[in-house]
Design a protein. Sequence first.
Length: 191
Amino acid sequence: MKAGVPYEQLVKDRILNVLGMNDTKITLSQNDIKNRFPVGHHNGKEINTPVIPAVIEGAGAFRSTAGDLLKYVSANLGLIHTKLDAAIQLQHLIRHPATPANPMNYSEYVALGWRVLTNFGMETLAHTGSINGWDAFVGFTPAKQDGIVLLCSCDSRDVDVSSLGFVLLHLSGTENLIAKSEPRLHTTPAS
């Protein structure tokens, strides 16, 4: 609390309000949980909204809407201009290489909060987030002015939103979408 305000308020004041992201927050009201936050699914069953301990809120406790995340993607693509433009562009700078973990086997690097995938000079930035029962993908290709937001109230074992995001950004073909299901036991009669 070096800034003198709680973390959620600091992010709201310095980033969310500037970008008009009014539905992005850590603290959900009972009305938000009941009427606006989808029920999550884990192992094929509905689960309750998890409580994230305050000590790790900075690691991903914010919940958002597709509309708010599209505003964030638009700002990252330079379609919305605010006093955060320079800071947003600094987040895109490559910090170090990473082991490719994408179905296209593109070269991969790490920026501030972004995976940077390159293929013959075309960069795509992506970020995923998940917690048991919910999965998210945000990605964009600045040169194409193309971006996508995927939110799923599902378990990552059921839907691979990252691979789906790459397909929808036209980086990958549908051959990289793998149907996921629980393994089934098969028995054969004894002879």
